[in-house]
Design a protein around this ligand. Structure first.
Ligand SMILES: [Zn+2]
Length: 82
């Protein structure tokens, strides 16, 4: 769950939806690993027209993918954009 400052629209707060922990944000920049989930469900979904957003800290992300039957696809990124 993300909050932004009203005046400048700067990222002010990120809370993990899984465990409720507040992640480290400094000067509008998220300073730790976070999974940002965002999905708009369309016509073929029972949730048609809904947008779902959530954030997970690394611990909660690891727990989520540990339940997958098929592991996530991993690729090495040469350039990280933070
Ligand atoms: Zn968490």
């Amino acid at each position: 769950m993300r909050s932004w400052t009203k005046r400048r629209g700067m990222l002010s707060k990120v809370v993990c939806n899984g465990c409720g922990r507040e992640l480290k944000v400094e000067n509008g920049i998220l300073k730790e690993g976070c999974f940002e989930g965002k999905q708009v469900f369309g016509y073929f979904s029972s949730m048609d027209g809904q947008e779902h957003c959530f954030d997970l800290c690394e611990d909660c992300y690891q727990k989520m993918i540990a339940r997958f039957l098929i592991p996530v696809t991993k690729r090495e990124q040469t350039e990280l954009d933070g």
